[in-house]
Design a protein around this ligand. Structure first.
Ligand SMILES: Nc1nc2c(ncn2[C@@H]2O[C@H](COP(=O)(O)OP(=O)(O)OP(=O)(O)O)[C@@H](O)[C@H]2O)c(=O)[nH]1
Length: 319
C-alpha cells in the first residue's frame, strides 16, 4: 500500500494502547536518512552532509507523542568493506537491524534503483521478522510521474526478493511533506509498551560524541574528496571553566582531529591556519547551540598513521 493521505491528528487523545520501540533507517549513502531523522525529531540531532558516509556513530533521535515513543537509530551506510573500519561499520549496521522493531528503507526519489539498493534490499529480505517500510525520500526533487514510477519500482523490488513492504511512503524531509504521516505509520508497527526515555530527551547519544561529530562535519566541508574517510575527531575533555561567575559559565572543550598522513595536515589546517580556524569557529557555534552554553574550543590536528587499518588505533578513536 502506498500511503499518501494524512491520518488522524496524533495529538488527539485516543483509546489505543501506548507503544514504544526502535526504528532504524537504512539505505545507501546520501539517501537522506539523517535529514529524515532530524525532520522527525524536529531538531538537529543526526549529522547531515552532502558527502556520503558521514554518519559514523549510531545516533538516536527520540520522537515523543502522547500515544507513543519512537526511538530512531541512525546507522552508517552499509557498503563494500575495503578496510577494517568498513567491516566494523557493516557489523554495526547488521547488529542494529536485527535489534529494531521496524526498519525504514530509504530510497531517493530522484535516482533509479541501483545495485547498491538491491544489495541492501537483499540483506533486508534475510531479516524475516522485522517489518520493513520503504521510504521514498526527496520527493521535492521529482515530478509526480517520476515519483509514481519510483513507487512502482520499489514495490516490484520487494516482490522480486519475496517479501511485502509493510508500507511504501513518499516523503520530503526538506519540504516537510508526509513526515508526520511517516511517524503515524511507524507507530502501529511498534510493540505496546511504556515510555522508554524521559519527556524532552531528544537523544541519549553521549554529548562528547555529538560534539565530535559536529567538529568532524565542519572539518569535512569543502575538502578534497579523498580526505573525508581519513578524518576522525575525539573529544578528550569537556570541563566547566573554574572561577567563572554562575551567570557567565564557560565550557572548555579539548578535541583532537586525527588524520592519517602528515601530507593531509596542510589541507586541514590551511594557509596560515585559516581553515582550521574556520572549522573551530563554525563548530563552536553549533556546539554552543547544542549545549546551550558558551564554549572555548581547543582543537589540535594530529597524525595517527593509517588509523583505519590499525585495530588499536580504531579502539582509541571509539570504533
Ligand atoms: N531536496 C532534498 N534534499 C534532501 C532531502 N533529504 C536529504 N536531502 C539531501 O541529501 C543529502 C544527503 O542527506 P543525508 O540525510 O545526509 O543522507 P544520509 O542517508 O544520512 O547519508 P549518509 O550519512 O552518508 O549515510 C544532503 O545534501 C541533504 O540535504 C529532501 O527531502 N529533499
Amino acid at each position: 500500500m502506498v500511503a499518501m493521505s494524512v491520518h488522524s491528528d496524533p495529538t488527539e487523545p485516543s483509546d489505543s494502547p501506548h507503544r514504544s520501540g526502535f526504528a532504524c533507517f537504512v539505505g545507501r549513502p546520501n539517501a537522506g536518512k539523517s535529514t529524515l531523522t532530524n525532520a522527525l525529531v524536529g531538531q538537529k540531532i543526526a549529522i547531515t552532509s552532502n558527502r556520503p558516509q558521514t554518519t559514523r556513530h549510531t545516533v538516536r533521535g527520540i520522537v515523543h507523542r502522547p500515544d507513543a515513543q519512537l526511538v530512531l537509530v541512525d546507522t552508517p551506510g552499509l557498503h563494500k568493506p575495503r578496510t577494517l573500519l568498513g567491516e566494523r561499520l557493516n557489523d554495526v549496521v547488521r547488529t542494529t537491524w536485527a535489534e529494531v522493531d521496524v526498519i525504514g528503507f530509504c530510497l531517493p526519489a530522484d535516482q533509479k534503483l541501483g545495485p547498491g539498493d538491491r544489495f541492501i534490499a537483499k540483506e533486508l529480505a534475510g531479516i524475516k521478522r522485522t517489518p520493513k517500510v520503504a521510504v521514498v525520500t526527496k520527493t521535492d526533487l521529482v515530478d509526480p510521474k517520476a515519483l509514481a514510477e519510483q513507487l512502482i519500482a520499489v514495490d516490484q523490488l520487494g516482490k522480486e526478493l519475496g517479501f511485502e513492504w509493510a508500507e511504501i511512503i513518499p516523503v520530503s524531509a526538506v519540504g516537510g511533506q508526509q513526515v508526520s504521516l511517516l511517524a503515524d505509520l511507524l507507530v502501529p508497527l511498534l510493540p505496546e509498551g511504556p515510555t522508554l526515555y524521559p519527556e524532552g530527551d531528544l537523544t541519549d547519544e553521549p554529548e562528547q560524541v555529538m560534539v565530535a561529530e559536529l567538529i568532524r562535519e565542519a572539518a569535512l566541508e569543502g575538502v578534497r574528496d579523498e580526505l573525508p574517510h581519513s578524518i576522525a575527531v575525539v573529544v578528550e575533555e569537556m570541563l566547566p571553566r573554574e572561577d567563572r561567575p554562575a551567570d557567565k559559565p564557560l565550557l572548555d572543550i579539548h578535541a583532537n582531529l586525527f588524520i592519517e598522513r602528515p601530507s593531509q595536515k596542510g589541507i586541514v589546517i590551511g594557509p596560515k591556519g585559516k581553515r582550521l580556524k574556520d572549522v573551530g569557529v563554525k563548530s563552536r557555534k553549533q556546539i554552543e547551540a547544542l549545549l546551550g552554553t558558551p564554549v572555548f574550543l581547543d582543537l589540535h590536528v594530529k597524525v595517527a598513521k593509517d588509523w583505519q587499518r590499525d585495530p588499536k588505533q580504531l579502539r582509541r578513536l571509539g570504533f
